[in-house]
Design a protein around this ligand. Sequence first.
Ligand code: SF4
Length: 90
Amino acid sequence: MSAVFEGAVMTAEGMLYNGVICQPVVEKCEGCERSKQFEGQNYCGSYAQPQSKWALGVCNFATHVKASVDKTGKVKINPLKASKRAAKGR
Ligand code: SF4
């Protein structure tokens, strides 16, 4: 396994990586390929603040879900794996 977050250090505020404090991933990140472990916690390889990515609706970098906006402007989240499973059962 190659080292992820190379040179990162744990601080009281969070993981310090490339001069940025990174917060752990949030629940919605579960299953995303960009989520990588560091010292027993998962962090996003793309965003220092995963929570704020999801606060706007859906993370546009997520690899496990796909978001679409319907006609009313509501964000719909489609889990990619689940939709594949559903298609198989047809
Ligand atoms: S890319 Fe988005 S969904 Fe994936 S771990 Fe990072 S913040 Fe979470």
